[in-house]
Design a protein around this ligand. Sequence first.
Ligand code: UFG
Length: 342
Amino acid sequence: MELGSTMRHVLVTGGAGYVGSHACRMLAKCGYKPITIDNLSTGHRWAVRWGPLIVGDIADHRLLVDVIAKYRPVAVMHFAALSLVGESGTQPARYYDNNVAGTITLLQAMQQGGVNRFIFSSTCATYGQVEHCPIAETAPQVPINTYGRSKLMVETILRDFVSAHGLNATALRYFNAAGAAAEDGIGEAHQPETHLIPLVIGAALGQRGPIGIFGDDYATPDGTCLRDYVHVNDLATAHVLALERSAAQDGFSAINLGTGRPYSVLEVLAAVGLRAGCPVPRKIAPRRAGDPAALYADPHLAREMLGWTARESDLNKIVDSAWAWHAAPMEGRDRMEVRLAV
Ligand code: UFG
């Protein structure tokens, strides 16, 4: 049987990572077969549950060409990237090599294999220090860190591939991805973890010391930073909607994925405290360099273009799902590693 002829395969780079694995789950629910390529530098073997895992790197042109020829995917979803803001500043060559050069290699392999539809994992970090919130897609993109610049460079490259080669590309600019599909054994498992919600849950569970609140003197209602937390399942749904839209629409699109409803750091602590049944241990810490006071999306374009709105991104729902994942992480992951090993 020719693999591509009967099944709708989607090549998912970084499908073993946080957002990528949730996208694979959603693709499978919607009748697609995700084919993951991941070098497992930050992703996890146990997170690949809905299709094959090819352990390899997006810098490996030959591998990509072979995988595309074998599976004949209808599209590529590209999540594979280094994504630590702090680290990006100290290792720029690694970030540009992986995030930018790696993407060019992937686009060339797609061209060679005749795959034209591309869904790209972009970020609100491409906007930088914004003057106004909510942020629309037309806001100036002036990233303030290497990670954000690497993602903006890819957006620029995509525009050029669209005009030169007729690529069909959608860049989805995520705000703060959070939550988990714990019932299906996947969730956030960064090493090291730098994101607020898993750290707060870790503090509430006594797995780490008090959470440091990075500044309580911002010009916001309670003095702590405002962010737009969006459930990773909602992000995954948006990817499938973008994939389906790309069957009928050409060109380049960039779309924010956020709720438009920001929460402060203290509101996140309150939501986790509610779930835990007691206040989360905390201490006030100095501001973190590069943190804007407020970052939240104007989500209207996603509704207009994709028919998407965030449905699972109520803060309490996000916290409940993340809690379910973090409260019993080792048990779940060990069980899955054992299942994979037999
Ligand atoms: N925060 C704390 N204490 C912590 C960790 C975070 O107070 O221990 C605060 C931060 O200062 C910020 C908020 O919690 O105000 C959220 O911080 P995260 O690190 O969870 O997320 P960021 O908003 O910094 O990062 C997100 C994405 C990045 C992206 C960035 C763009 O996770 O991938 O937005 O600004 F690059």
